[in-house]
Design a binder for this molecule. Structure first.
Ligand SMILES: [Zn+2]
Length: 91
């Protein structure tokens, strides 16, 4: 694996998305809706690029602050609500 830049925010959003979805048991969980929710949340959050070296991301940037976690949770919840109310595909 080569050295590359990676947006940690994608991992944070994915992680919180799984948690938030448990509060929306009726929501469509197809790939399209999951991708839509993730994209919506990421568009409203700052990117957090880090470089990895041989696959190891520097540990110090992996943890997010409490404020950041609340921010991410809020954006992810709003994104899920939006997609649940208006999915991009027909039922
Ligand atoms: Zn769907």
């Amino acid at each position: 694996m080569s050295i590359d830049a990676k947006n940690m925010m994608e991992d944070f959003v994915q992680m919180h998305l799984n948690a938030v979805l448990k509060q929306f048991p009726d929501m469509c969980k197809c790939e399209q809706c999951m991708a839509d929710a993730k994209a919506l949340a990421l568009n409203n959050l700052p990117s957090r690029y880090v470089t990895s070296h041989k696959g190891n991301v520097f540990v110090r940037v992996q943890s997010s602050t409490d404020t950041e976690v609340l921010n991410i949770l809020r954006e992810v919840t709003m994104a899920v609500e939006k997609v649940a109310a208006n999915p991009h595909h027909s039922k």
